[in-house]
Structures are given as C-alpha cells and as structure tokens.
Design a protein around this ligand. Structure first.
Ligand SMILES: Cc1cc2nc3c(=O)[nH]c(=O)nc-3n(C[C@H](O)[C@H](O)[C@H](O)COP(=O)(O)OP(=O)(O)OC[C@H]3O[C@@H](n4cnc5c(N)ncnc54)[C@H](O)[C@@H]3O)c2cc1C
Length: 408
C-alpha cells in the first residue's frame, strides 16, 4: 500500500490530507505536526471578531481524522528527510518510509535581532499559544506596543483597542502596510486606527528592545523610550525551510517548486507559506504567498498532483484583513502597475484597479465595512485570471457593473 507523508499540520497540510481522501487516495496518510494541538485556523488569532472565544478554531475534529484514515502525529517534528532512501526521521524516534511526501512546513514569525523573543513581555504571533499570551495582556490600562505596521500588527492593534488597552504602533517605513497595499487604502486604515485612539508612529527605527523591571522597554531611533506591558513584534514571517535545506532541496525564497508544486527532489512536493512557485498569469514570475486561501488551494492541488493529476497552479493570489468593522481585500499582484484607478462603492467603500502599461488588469484592492467590497473583488479576480484589458472608463464608473466587463 502506498504511504503519503505530509510534514506540517497547518492549514495546507491538513487540507491536503483531506483532499487526498476526497480524491479517492486509498493508501496510508500520515500528517506530522510540531504543534501539540490538532491543526487550527490562524487568521482568527488576530481578529477582533472572535474576541468572545479563546479556543482554537480547529480545521477538523479528531474523529474526522480517524474516520478519514489520517494518522495525525501531533507534537512530533520531522527532523530529517532522506530523499534517496525516501524516509523521514521524527523527534519521537520513529522513521517513516514514504512513497510521496508533501512539505507544508509554513512559516515562523521573523524575530527582532537582539531581542529576547517570546519572553514574558515580548512576543510574536504565529501560534495559538502566542495569541493566548497576548490576550492576557490586553486589559484596560495596560500598554501594548506593536513593532511593525503590517497586517498582523494592525489587526492586533484593533483587537487591543476593543479590549480597552492603550496601543502604540511603531513602523520603520514612512507608512503602514507598505508591502502590497496601496497608499490610499493604507491611509484610510491609519486614520481609522488613530480615530480609535491608537498612537501610530511611522518612520521610526528601533534601537533596542529589552525587558526591565517587569516591563518591555523600546528604545527608538529618536532617542525616546517607550515602556510597555507587552510588545508584539510583527515584522513579517520567514518560510520554514531548514528541513528541506538539510535534505538538499533547492531553496529560493522558500522551498522552490515548479508549477506542479514539485520540489527539486523526486516525489517530494511543497505547498503553502513555505514554498515559492512560478505564477503563469504573471509571466512565470516566482512568488511566495502568505495567505490562507493560497495554503488551502495549494494543499488541494498538491494532493491532486501527488495522485498523478499534473495540474498546474493557476489561482489568482487573494488576501483579506479585518480591522474594526472594516475589511480589506486584495486580488492579484500589483507590482509593475503604472495606472491606479478608483471606483467608489458607496457606504465609504472603494476599490482600486492596478493596470500595467498595456492596460492589463494586474490587481485590485478594496476596503469597506463588512463585506462591501467582496463581490466586486471576486469579479476583479475573474478579470485578472482572464488577463483582461478592461475599459478604464468603465472601471471607474460605479454605475457600470463589473460583470458586464467580464462578458466583454
Ligand atoms: C495571526 C495570523 C493571522 C492571519 N490572518 C490572515 C488573514 O486575515 N488572511 C489571510 O489570507 N491569511 C492570514 N494569515 C496567513 C495564513 O494563516 C497562512 O498563510 C496559513 O496559515 C499558511 O498555512 P501553512 O499550512 O502553509 O503554514 P502554517 O499555518 O504555518 O502551518 C505549518 C505547520 O507546520 C508545522 N511544522 C513546521 N516544520 C515542521 C516540521 N519539521 N515537522 C512537523 N511540523 C512542522 C508548524 O508547526 C505549523 O503548525 C494569518 C496568519 C497569522 C499567523
């Protein structure tokens, strides 16, 4: 009987395991995960919408794994892969022989150089345990300092304000969300945080971050010192590639895979946050995405390809973030765009379309209350997938339905 081993029991690994069964794989499946609990969703860890619960949102119940014949090994780390003998050695002393393997090792939070990370007063946010530690400090009168004005930092700032903690966000660049979010949208988000009482400070570097006398002390390049009950370091993520690197696999901003999610070693696939891949809709440009839907889609695609389907990656990148009652959504990749067109959607919602020199739609981003932008972003995504060159005048005219552009 064939044995497929999946290393990494996160969004991607768990989805891949179930997808194998849904697609009719009848061999053995082992899902190996370092974390002590069953696979859970990470997005809720920083979302204020789930303030009422401290429980992890599990992807599936333990019964579902058992019923599906998926052997879930929690609290077990895959330490070494031998791609020639086709074995994986694990931290519990076991050695698993595989016919095919999927690496879905995800990413870890980027540490701040020189700081004692994950101590009593300095945390990052990647796991449920991190989220619990942060939540404990989010109390009225407590001061939370957030280093990094990225998605996780800003979502956490919103959560902390809703729990009545004082919040300072310190961003090194001249504005928040510099990576991948248009300035107009970042401006709306910054204004909202300020209106909610968050002290958002941009263009300030950190000279040192230490713990002293039961507090975290942030020393700024301006010479100022900020004292906080807790500091969240939210300065991005690093793909988990050590296992693949030790196995001799090609690494290129993540585990390098081809359009079928195959690594440089036979019968080893990689998917989700840990891998970089060529994206045909952008001329085969190699990208690495850190997004929930990408992890799901690639997990499902990897499962199909491990079963011999040979289907290439074709999905349009998509990301969302919730802050207060606002949702931001981005479809596509805007690098290379020279024209940025605005379409108002009412209810203080708007979208931006990003087009290249030839007028091809590369990306669309939108912000608004609740799911005000969801439908139009979905239509934009379809236009991007179709490599459409929509009429710019129609894109900005709110009375012309985007659906009609699809038909064109
Ligand atoms: C706080 C937070 C909020 C987010 N919010 C959003 C959002 O709003 N929208 C969005 O699109 N995306 C969001 N994301 C991103 C999204 O959650 C990730 O893209 C997704 O979880 C990636 O899934 P993955 O399975 O590739 O990696 P991960 O979820 O990181 O899972 C990888 C797993 O592999 C395990 N592992 C690693 N190495 C080994 C090993 N050697 N042996 C065994 N196990 C191993 C890890 O412990 C981990 O459990 C958020 C992420 C975080 C952290």
């Amino acid at each position: 009987m064939s044995h497929f081993v999946i290393v990494g029991a996160g969004e991607c690994g768990a989805r891949a395991a179930f997808a194998l069964r849904e697609k009719g794989f009848d061999g053995e499946i082992t899902l190996v995960g370092s974390e002590a609990i069953a696979p859970y969703e990470r997005p809720p860890l920083s979302k204020a919408s789930v303030l009422e619960t401290l429980d992890p949102k599990f992807i599936a119940s333990l019964e579902k794994y058992a019923e599906s014949g998926i052997r879930l090994l929690s609290d077990v780390t895959a330490q070494d892969v031998d791609p020639v003998a086709k074995t994986v050695t694990c931290s519990d002393g076991s050695r698993l022989a595989y016919d095919k393997m999927l690496l879905a090792t995800g990413a870890i939070a980027r540490p701040l150089p020189g700081a004692a990370m994950n101590s009593a007063h300095i945390r990052s946010l990647r796991t449920h345990a991190d989220a619990m530690a942060l939540r404990k400090a989010m109390l009225p009168g407590k001061h939370i300092a957030i280093i990094g004005g990225g998605f996780i930092g800003l979502e956490l700032a919103a959560m902390a304000r809703m729990l009545c903690a004082d919040v300072t966000v310190i961003e090194g660049l001249e504005r928040v969300l510099k990576r991948g979010v248009p300035e107009d949208i970042a401006h709306v988000i910054t204004q909202r945080h300020r209106a909610e009482g968050v002290d958002v400070r941009c263009g300030i570097a950190i000279s040192a971050l230490t713990e002293e006398g039961g507090k975290a002390i942030v020393r700024l390049s301006t010479g100022e010192t900020i004292e906080a009950d807790l500091v969240l370091v939210g300065i991005g993520a690093i793909p988990s590639t050590e296992l693949a690197m030790r196995a001799g696999l090609t690494i290129e901003n993540g585990i390098a895979v081809n359009e079928y999610l195959m690594t440089s070693a036979p019968d080893i696939y990689a998917a989700g946050d840990c891998c970089s891949f060529p994206l045909a809709i952008y001329g085969g440009r190699r990208v690495r995405l850190e997004s929930w839907r990408n992890a799901q889609e690639q997990g499902t695609l990897a499962a199909a390809n491990m079963m011999g389907v040979d289907e290439a990656i074709s999905a349009v990148p998509w990301f969302w973030s919730d802050q207060y009652d606002m949702t931001l959504q981005i479809a596509g990749l805007s690098e290379g765009a020279v024209t940025h067109l605005r379409r108002d959607l009412g209810e203080s919602a708007f979208m931006l379309f990003h087009l290249d020199e030839a007028g091809r739609l590369l990306a669309a981003s939108g912000i608004g209350p609740g799911n005000a932008v969801a439908r139009d972003i979905r239509l934009a995504e379809m236009l991007i997938a179709a490599r459409a060159h929509p009429d710019p005048a129609a894109l900005v005219a709110s009375n012309i339905k985007l659906k009609s552009l699809l038909a064109a």
